[in-house]
Design a protein around this ligand. Sequence first.
Ligand SMILES: *[C@@H]1O[C@H](CO)[C@@H](O)[C@H](O)[C@H]1NC(C)=O
Ligand SMILES: *[C@@H]1O[C@H](CO)[C@@H](O)[C@H](O)[C@H]1NC(C)=O
Ligand SMILES: *[C@@H]1O[C@H](CO)[C@@H](O)[C@H](O)[C@H]1NC(C)=O
Ligand SMILES: *[C@@H]1O[C@H](CO)[C@@H](O)[C@H](O)[C@H]1NC(C)=O
Length: 221
Amino acid sequence: MIASSLLVLFLPLLLFPLINATTFTLINNCSHTIWPAAIPGGGRELTPGSNWSLARAAKASNGRFWARTNCSFDASGKGSCLTGGCGGILNCTADGSPPATLVEYSLYQYGNNDFYDISLVDGFNVPVQIRPNTGDCITLWCAADVAGSCPAELKVAGGCDGACEVFKTNEYCCNSGSCRPTKYSRFFKNLCPQAYSYPEDDATSTFTCNSGGDYTVTFCP
Ligand SMILES: *[C@@H]1O[C@H](CO)[C@@H](O)[C@H](O)[C@H]1NC(C)=O
Ligand SMILES: *[C@@H]1O[C@H](CO)[C@@H](O)[C@H](O)[C@H]1NC(C)=O
Ligand SMILES: *[C@@H]1O[C@H](CO)[C@@H](O)[C@H](O)[C@H]1NC(C)=O
Ligand SMILES: *[C@@H]1O[C@H](CO)[C@@H](O)[C@H](O)[C@H]1NC(C)=O
């Protein structure tokens, strides 16, 4: 009797987060190993062709994914990466170092919509695609060879830095007031028109999809 009353009380609490879980499947379609990171979620090594599924249980949750490249970790999960490293640990608990192509999301927002985007504001290291698995939602791509055509001022080993990271001025960082596109943001926008090219690039870079569906994030689509 007591046990079944407890079940009645707690079953909805147990099921609620499961029903609302959104699963992101990260796929390494690159020809080389990458070490994807998720905040929240951690990070791991993905050999070519392998994948990592993460469920986000909570409503109104947001987060980001990115790839780390050329990493080396010891058995305890300590080490470093050429791009995207999150403070020397395999299982990230903090954001990564630029340059890193970011996939960002915000689930169960206003009107029961998910918001999702690709951002080059922190630069570019690995091409990426985010595909909503249900509905008529738009698949976003940033598949161009951004690193290969990076302006010399922004070029770093393994990628292309954002202009804020390099010049650290308000024109590029938009820390105060509003800001406009620059020659560097236009360089990113030309190659990846669906991606954020500077912090206030919302109009052409943020997308929505009815909440409740899952997503596939493919590196090197
Ligand atoms: C990595 O961190 C996540 C939370 O950020 C945790 O759930 C997971 O168990 C950790 N994985 C390992 C292998 O320690
Ligand atoms: C993910 O990997 C598992 C195990 O290798 C495989 O069965 C599954 O089909 C993969 N999923 C995707 C979406 O590639
Ligand atoms: C990083 O890894 C890629 C792919 O494995 C390799 O081609 C490249 O030479 C590496 N770069 C450096 C600087 O180690
Ligand atoms: C994986 O990469 C190959 C090119 O190397 C491409 O033809 C293919 O469409 C990609 N697959 C996915 C699922 O993005």
